[in-house]
Design a protein around this ligand. Structure first.
Ligand code: C2O
Ligand code: CU
Length: 487
């Protein structure tokens, strides 16, 4: 029923548009200041920074005036933002108080497979998992969320998601705004579905019920019932956008059709700031942009695919008041050096995203258990070009753990503009294909694997996930065996 369900909702998009039109009328909506997720303070000793997280249950007002059962890290819904610094060693003590298994994946981080938080390291209620590693990423915006088999959608839509900001000592980082919550602002979007009693839906059957609402949340606040505002006290403001939705595609734009200056994709800085009129993010993807605010501006979210939100719609999500009087320096002319891969000698591989009725597949196998999933095996140092072919008519969001990838082609076209950046999560339209290239560096393991999967969380839970084993001699870094779960 599952795969068919998504198609049915997509086809029925028109039926929901009335609801969305009503939701767009916010004449009576309260004015609310944008919530900035707390920064999680780490404690540093012996050059290791330790962060403490607890995955727990709670309640929150996801729909105005209605209490929903939720989950969050250290709080009832969503989680605090962590800041990591490239080259530092971090230790995370993560306690599971959910009453069911969970795991925490550091989406987009280049870490040993055992520390990556995939399904193999799921840990039980009452246990604490303590991964530790040296941060091995340039400046970028990552996020963390659950990744246990079959429960990722449920736990993530209930609120288990948070942002990770990786900082480095590059010139670009020192020149760009970085005062968290002041001129460096996280924007976490979630399109959810709830019934009138506030029950957050995560399985596809649930989306077909008739009494559902489709809240669009920004940093945990429902933008349909509150007009969110942000006062920019500096002229130049940097925004980090995360699409933490289970399915929907979200496009960010200005209401006045002005440009945004995009500085980063999923995996860090573009070579130079690039003016764009919109930024399209599939589920799981991130981007960063700056705005030089000489006047007030409004950001909009366009929900396009609308499998959950129900049809397409354009929503004013953030009214920005420009109050800065400073004159920012010119943006650095170069943010990053990206050497494009010459893939002529790369090993070619084909990954097929498929569907058998209601079961979602990668290379013909359903990854609903570790035993049934397709396994991609490679060796440390391997350079590869993968053709990701979508043999379904559904939209997918292709995510690879461990290493960033470059887009080599998108539906047969050469990449241009911001497509020339580094990605870990990219759109594969129904019947379409992308070619991506990557190099497996630093970490290998004979036991623990990385994952590759669709980041539409229902599709992932329904089997569109495969394992990736990177084996071989690790010459540059040792994969330590010091991640443990303790009761
Ligand atoms: Cu954000 Cu394997 O996931
Ligand atoms: Cu998918």
């Amino acid at each position: 029923m599952a795969g068919a369900g998504i198609a049915a909702v997509a086809a029925a998009g028109g039926a929901f548009s009335l609801l969305n039109d009503a939701a767009k009328n916010k004449a009576s909506a309260a004015d609310t200041t944008l919530t900035i997720p707390d920064l999680l303070e780490g404690t540093t000793s012996d050059s290791t920074t330790t962060f403490t997280l607890e995955a727990k249950t709670g309640t929150a007002e996801v729909l105005s005036g209605v209490t929903s059962d939720t989950m969050g890290y250290n709080q009832s819904f969503l989680g605090p933002t962590m800041k990591w610094t490239n080259g530092d060693t971090v230790l995370l003590n993560i306690t599971n108080s959910l009453g069911e298994d969970t795991t925490v994946h550091f989406h987009g981080a280049h870490v040993p497979a055992k520390m990556d938080g995939g399904p193999q390291v799921a840990f039980a209620d009452g246990e604490t998992w303590s991964p530790t590693f040296t941060v091995d990423d340039s400046a970028k915006t990552l996020w963390y969320h659950p990744h246990a088999l079959g429960t990722t959608a449920k736990q993530a839509v209930h609120g288990l998601a948070g942002m990770i900001i990786v900082e480095d000592d590059s010139t670009a980082s020192s020149d760009l705004p970085s005062d968290y919550g002041v001129d460096d602002v996280p924007l976490i979007f979630q399109c959810l579905a709830t019934d009138s009693a506030g029950d957050i839906k995560y399985d596809l059957a649930g989306y077909l019920e008739s009494d559902l609402s489709y809240p669009l949340l920004l940093n945990g606040t429902n933008v349909d019932s509150a007009s969110l505002s942000f006062t920019a006290t500096k002229t130049r403001t940097r925004f980090r956008v995360l699409n933490a939705s289970p399915s929907d595609i979200i496009t960010i734009q200005r209401s006045d059709s002005g440009t945004l200056s995009q500085i980063a994709t999923d995996q860090g800085y573009l070579t130079e700031a690039t003016d764009v009129t919109s930024i399209r993010l599939v589920a799981g993807a991130r981007a960063e942009f700056v705005m030089d605010l000489s006047a007030d501006a409004t950001l909009q979210a366009v929900v396009t695919t609308g499998w959950i939100r129900g049809g397409s719609g354009t929503y004013d999500v953030l009214a920005i008041t420009a109050s800065g009087t400073d004159t920012p320096d010119d943006l650095p002319s170069t943010l990053n050096t990206i050497d494009r891969y010459d893939t002529s000698d790369f090993t070619a591989r084909t990954i097929t995203l498929g569907q058998d009725g209601t079961t979602m597949l990668i290379n013909g196998s359903a990854g609903t258990s570790m035993d049934s999933m397709a396994m991609i095996s490679t060796t440390l140092g391997s350079q590869e070009i993968w053709t990701i072919t979508n043999s379904t008519q559904l939209e997918h969001s292709f995510h690879l753990h461990d290493v960033p990838y470059q887009l080599i082609s998108v539906n047969g076209e050469d990449p241009t503009g911001v497509q020339l950046g580094w990605y870990d999560t990219y759109e594969v339209v129904g019947g379409g294909s992308i070619e991506i290239a990557m190099e497996f560096t630093d970490y290998s393991d004979d036991t623990y694997m990385y994952m590759l999967h669709c980041h539409l969380l229902q599709h992932e839970d329904e089997g569109m996930m495969a394992g990736l084993m990177v084996t071989g001699d690790d010459t540059s870094t040792t994969t330590t065996d010091d991640s443990t779960a303790t009761a």
